[in-house]
Design a protein around this ligand. Sequence first.
Ligand code: GLY
Length: 384
Amino acid sequence: MNKTKLTPEYAWLQEQIDFSLNKMKDNQAIFKTLVPPAASKNLVYIPEESTDWTASFWIGMLLLGKELSGTSDYDEVIASQMAEFHHRLAHEIGLETHDIGFLYSLSAVADYRVNKNETSKELAVKAADLLMKRYLPSAGIIQAWGNLNDPEQQGRMIIDCLMNLPLLYFAAEVTGDDSYAKAAYRHAKQTQKYIVRENATTYHTYYFDPVTGDPIEGKTQQGFSDDSCWSRGQAWGIYGFTLSYLHSGDTSFLETAKAVADYFIKELPADKISYWDLIFNDGSGEERDSSAASIAVCGLLELARHLPLSDAKRAEYETVALEIMTSLAKDYTTKEQPESNGLLLHGVYDKKSDKGVDECMIWGDYYYVEALIRLRQSWFAYWY
Ligand code: GLY
């Protein structure tokens, strides 16, 4: 597309786009069929086979790179990554997870949207069929993790799953079969009712009795405690409830997205990059999670788009999104660490398990590039 000329105040945006595209070009040499892992080690992603829930963030970035650059520089690796995603689904490798949604939205759906590739559309529908097997009608939820017969995991849903629902809506749209959309809607309603607390904070996970479907209790997995508010979960909530509104037309999701966003914004520290749990703030000595920040930027920008001009929150969300983004661009990228193959410093995967603490997170990098494209050009999101 023809891009508008940037005014001097946005010079940083083009710098960040160039920085990200250059890093991605370099990374293509080592991530052809292999992918970056969830988190870097000493700021370097070590290539691995595509078996984890995070494998699609790399191809998602490449597709964004294609759209941002308007070149075919990324096509070869996009094609080899797509071949891996076909193989992975055919053999159900590492797919006992609701993250089939992340995996196939950023590969199959995105490839279909960008490259109009019909086989990718078919792949996305097959992936949605596998995701549907995780739907538990008694509770109206999609089981997050593990084998469907694992008593530890049965009946457990998590807030992150809101980002997996767009794959079901995509399948409903292209097949005309409403059952995918009905399951996605019911899951989102249960998330709204049980994961969001009265004060608009969120549990990370929630258990239901798998037989009766009765709600049991909220628990954390990656947050500080069962009653704290995990930053990334809250960021998934801002973006995820907004997408649920967009796909279903249920305006109560828009209200929930706003409430969750307001709490996230209220707890931001001085430089606008949240700590890994919102219970922490400046002076705590805890780590930030820059990946929660980049997810929140995309969520706030998407949310703002759906509010009327007469709603003051619209301008507020855009302003805060830009503040977070300029803070990330100024102080959180690897520009001073040429040895790093990541983009964003200071992410946290799982602090309590000492997994990926103060490292680059591959989804943090993906959402950073998504935020860049959102700020630079008209863009049709891979989530709708
Ligand atoms: N969806 C997993 C995570 O955010 O860590």
